[in-house]
Design a protein around this ligand. Sequence first.
Ligand code: NAP
Length: 291
Amino acid sequence: MELIDGNQIASTIIAELKAEVAAITGRKPCIALVRVGDDPASVSYVRKKEKTAAEIGIESRIILPPVDIPHADLEKVIDELNADDTVDGILVQSPMPKQIDELLIFRRISPAKDVDGLGTMNLGKVAQDDDTGFVSCTPAGIMALLARSNVDLKGKHVVVIGRSLLVGKPVALLALQKKAGANGTVTVCHSGTADLPAITRQADVLIAAIGRPNFVTRDMVKPGVVVIDVGINRVEDAAKKSGYRLTGDVDFAGVAELAGKITPVPGGVGPMTVAMLMSNTVKAHRQRSAA
Ligand code: NAP
């Protein structure tokens, strides 16, 4: 079994981006990070994004609207960032408070600055195999992990568990694209799927994006399978100072005994998500500079 080391692959991508940004003469790339309220997970995610941006040489602008900001006012924040020529990328951290319709906010971001790739235009470009758009960061990170681990999907049965807009659906479309590294035969499973284990046992590559700790067990996979565990779940652990530990959607100990390659949690897909956000920001700067 080979461990797919997301920390190491993300570090390599970050080093490549750092070199690219260092070579930019003139204004450096800039990302606006909008966090509404103080959700503890969001605070730590935005901090990590800010830190990684600084490491690469990307400017970050942190915008912290109050938790009770009306929807229309948050739209105004987005409009101002859309109009600001010194901002290349805009990310609004999810989850947002109840009064905010996330999908409308994602759609409000100018497609040229939608580095989170969750707006209609950029999701549509994934369906059209159009590389000029921004692929949302977690699916892009999964594809980069596979490519840099020499896993070619051509001729492989790729089984995705989960059909969210954030992960399952876009990663299934990416695996299906008619291009080098992709070209997979893709099955997407969800809570309405009958006899899920019978399908997952056919997978050459299994991507689990469910949000249930240790859901995929050893009896659900075949020997040699490549497993990408997207799940980040908090489970109680009295031995930890925080009172919890992070675990994936895959029962790592059992499945790793059979797998050809597998990502750990933490240290698999997680670090890749931040690296791909930075990659998209540098791409946005490149495209806007060329326009
Ligand atoms: P989500 O929006 O809750 O979607 C979960 C998907 O799993 C849904 O499509 C759901 O089916 C399916 N599902 C739930 N129970 C199932 C079951 N018993 N059998 C088959 N399918 C089932 O979650 P998400 O945003 O995609 O995130 C999934 C996990 O990835 C979470 O743990 C999240 O924290 C993690 N995540 C990690 C990163 C990262 O950077 N590593 C980024 C994003 C998300 P239905 O559609 O039928 O309800």
